[in-house]
Design a protein around this ligand. Structure first.
Ligand code: TMP
Length: 200
């Protein structure tokens, strides 16, 4: 079996970073070489893009936001994700193309066909092997994150739209799974790992 590209999706405060850590511990204990990373912000350039994208004082046009997300992704895919996979390492990534469809497509109301096509160009067609949607009721996500960054400043309606979008989108993702993120971090981690082809 080759190295796997695994993506965690879900609203902020759904525990993606915690899960990156827990999954990484488990893979290390099994001796599986891997890296954990995230979007936006998985490269040096990406960290600058992330700061711009998330700054609550900054406003930008929806298309500008889309292009910056995709610039971040292209750089990340070409300089981090593909080299790791080629080198035999698993990649566990917080957010990828589904975030762009949910937030820029459904959330900002941009044309989904265009978002899909631009995303395909940005990634060179690289799709994840597994996608886990850490699902939370919008009220819980909203309460956990209120005002933390530009996206989370959008309010409960935005979270509700994004959640509905995610739940619709994940259904057409091969090996895409919805995980109940209201459970404890340890339970969420074992629910994720149960789907992965791990030795033992
Ligand atoms: P994070 O805090 O989970 O790392 O995500 C940062 C924010 O960026 C989050 O509110 C969602 C947003 N985002 C998009 O709007 N589109 C995207 O394509 C990505 C990757 C993130």
């Amino acid at each position: 079996m080759g190295p796997l590209f695994v993506v965690l999706e879900g609203p902020d405060a759904s525990g993606k970073s915690t899960q990156l850590g827990l999954i990484s511990e488990r893979l290390s204990s099994l001796g599986i070489p891997h890296l954990t990373t995230r979007e936006p912000g998985g490269t040096t350039l990406g960290r600058e893009l992330r700061r711009m994208l998330l700054d609550p004082r900054r406003s930008m046009r929806p298309l500008t936001e889309l292009f910056l997300m995709l610039a971040d992704r292209h750089e990340h895919v070409e300089t981090v994700i593909k080299p790791a996979l080629r080198g035999g390492r698993w990649v566990i990534c917080s957010r990828y193309g589904l975030s762009t469809l949910a937030y820029q497509g459904y959330g900002r109301g941009m044309d989904l066909g265009m978002v899909r096509e631009l995303n395909r160009i940005a990634t060179g067609g690289l799709e994840p092997d597994y996608v886990f949607l850490l699902d939370l009721p919008p009220q819980v996500a909203y309460e956990r994150t209120r005002g933390r960054d530009r996206f989370e400043g959008e309010g409960l309606t935005f979270f509700t739209q994004v959640r509905a979008a995610y739940l619709g989108l994940i259904r057409s993702v091969p090996r895409g799974y919805v995980i109940d993120a209201t459970k404890s971090p340890e339970e969420v981690c074992s629910d994720i790992l149960a789907h992965l082809p791990l030795p033992g």
